[in-house]
Design a protein around this ligand. Structure first.
Ligand SMILES: *Cc1c(COP(=O)(O)O)cnc(C)c1O
Length: 375
């Protein structure tokens, strides 16, 4: 029997220099949630993203979304529009604030928020007496959403756009990096993302004042006084200097890892080349450049998808159904929803395949063998 160790969907992939930065944090005793690695990681991200953005390194992508909504003035009783097909972390911070999520369907090209359904949703909410306070769009699996179309709707109604770029660091839309497209954008460095700080996230904003405000909120909203003085509610959301050290090492290999993820996607395109009725999520036009964080595939039917998932499972290979749309989640069953059944249909038939930048040739062969035997 060949080696049958677990093949993961997406596991951390260290570049080599992470420990150097972490060691520096220990050597200088900067273990606290501030220090040279935090500043260094933020500068690395600002240089990478370009476009004069300002970055605040935080404890998670979810924390970044929470602060994004606070900075946009979302309060109890407000409504916030959110792409339905996404990870629950995109929507939860709306509820933390006592606001109501309004979910919107996907379109079939990028699987992300549908501009037509978005427009209908806004018009209807305004008719019902409430103009949404923000729109949250998500680049699922690294695929940029239809930015120009979504931006046009946001501008038409003068509603700010929050870009959930948790899965899309390294993706590009029309020569502009994902993470710089929103009025406010967020990134995640959770363990399974394209780069990781073991756990972490970032808020990306357009000016220094907003960044300073985010950092203030993320460090318990301490007023400038020798004692502890507070005139607003604070959060403990800053990234630690140890985690930021891992992030600095990871930034050195980000482009390389994007290349390897895209190579995994080409590997799957070849695997499915001669298979009927199977489609891989791919860029609709050359305006889109995905980091292909995860390679996601639509099968003929739910039954076929499940059979393949179990066939992989038997060989100790991890796969995962797509994000289950939020309007189908028990916890959000009372939230308004606009659209048809696009995301439901994609959810039913879709599967994410192992996509890590660290998969070996032997592991790829094991995956290919399962696919060849199945089809
Ligand atoms: C991972 C993820 C988040 C949350 O990031 P964390 O760092 O895990 O809090 C938010 N949105 C999407 C789409 C994600 O995939």
């Amino acid at each position: 029997m060949s080696n049958n160790s677990k093949i993961w969907l997406s596991s951390p992939h260290m570049g080599g220099n992470e420990q150097k930065y972490v060691q520096e944090a220990f050597d200088t005793n900067w273990i606290a949630p501030l220090g040279p690695n935090v500043n260094g990681f933020e500068i690395d991200l600002e240089n990478y993203l370009g476009d004069d953005v300002h970055v605040a390194a935080l404890s998670s992508g979810t924390a970044a979304l929470h602060l994004a909504l606070i900075l946009l003035g979302v309060e109890a009783g407000d409504e916030v529009i959110c792409q339905s097909m996404t990870f629950s972390a995109s929507a939860n911070p709306i509820v933390y604030l006592g606001a109501t999520p309004v979910f919107v369907d996907s379109e079939p090209d990028t699987w992300n928020i549908c501009p037509d359904s978005l427009e209908k949703a806004i018009e209807d909410r305004i008719t019902k007496g409430k103009k949404p306070k923000a729109i949250i769009g998500v680049h699922l699996y690294g695929m940029p959403f239809k930015y120009d179309e979504i931006r046009a709707v946001a501008n038409k109604f003068d509603i700010p756009l929050v870009e959930d770029s948790a899965e899309a660091l390294g993706s590009v839309y029309k020569n502009q990096k994902c993470g710089t497209l929103g009025d406010i954008s967020i990134l995640s460095f959770n363990g399974n993302k394209i780069i990781t700080t073991s756990g972490g996230g970032a808020l990306v904003v357009r000016n220094k004042e907003l960044k300073d405000k985010a950092v203030f909120l993320s460090t318990q909203s301490r007023d400038n006084a020798p004692h502890y003085q507070h005139s607003s509610i604070g959060y403990n959301y800053r990234m630690s200097n140890v985690c930021a050290g891992i992030g600095r090492g990871q930034m050195e290999v980000l482009d390389k890892h994007v290349g390897l993820r895209r190579e995994m996607n080409r590997f799957y395109q070849e695997c499915f080349e001669n298979v009927q009725n199977v489609t891989i999520l791919k860029e609709p036009t050359s305006d889109y450049y995905s980091n292909h964080w995860l390679s996601a595939v639509l099968f003929e039917s739910y039954e076929q998808r499940e059979a393949l998932r179990l066939a992989f499972d038997k060989e100790n290979i991890e796969t995962r159904p797509l994000w289950k749309p939020m309007h189908l989640q028990p916890v959000f069953e009372n939230s308004p929803y606009y659209g048809g059944d696009v995301s439901e249909k994609i959810f039913e038939r879709g599967l994410c395949l192992p996509s890590g930048s660290n998969l070996t040739n032997e592991e790829k062969n094991r995956i290919k063998t399962v696919l060849q035997q199945f089809f």
